[in-house]
Design a protein around this ligand. Sequence first.
Ligand SMILES: [Fe+2]
Length: 214
Amino acid sequence: MADLLSKDVRQSRLWNRLLERATPTGWILPKGTPQRMVAELAADSALKDRLIPPVLSPSDLLPASILQELREYARSARSSAYEALGHQVSDGAEAIPCIDKSGILQWCRENAPVEFSESIKMCFIYYREGQLCRLHFDDDEAWEFNFLLCLERKRPENGKATSTYFFEGNEKLRSYDLSPGQAVWFHSRCTPHGRTPLGQGEEVVLASLGMRSV
Ligand SMILES: [Fe+2]
């Protein structure tokens, strides 16, 4: 089946096999280690195709009523969540009409130099203590750009809160600890990203909207 996939997706999947081995615990290894070099090389390899760096959405983009509606969708979908990349994921298709009326898609379209397909793909992501997201490129054909929106956030009882991190290439590493209502918009097919393991009592619920260019 692999020959039916685009060249970009095939390359992402090859890199992902290496990236998974480079960050098995979710922690980013120090500069100079072979694992860190793999992560940096992956980011550099995609830099020529990356159309936008990770960017935060405006704080007033999402109305409070939409945030509350999305939280309720995420709570009801949690019972059908499955394990992926070190955390739990559930399908979010039912919540897409809620996104359609939010203004999010218009903002995304205005903030990327590409025309997007009408269809979007949505899921909810759940993290609790000890869970993580291993470093990866998004390698789904329908998932080229990602609007990653925080719905719920409980910070750890002790120690530093975790964050989503992005390898941007040229040894640049960016991380965001999103609060509810905040989102990061990024070219997820071309930006290795992950999350460090959550500490004691820490919890995160995100909505992830995948989009692709036409
Ligand atoms: Fe991802």
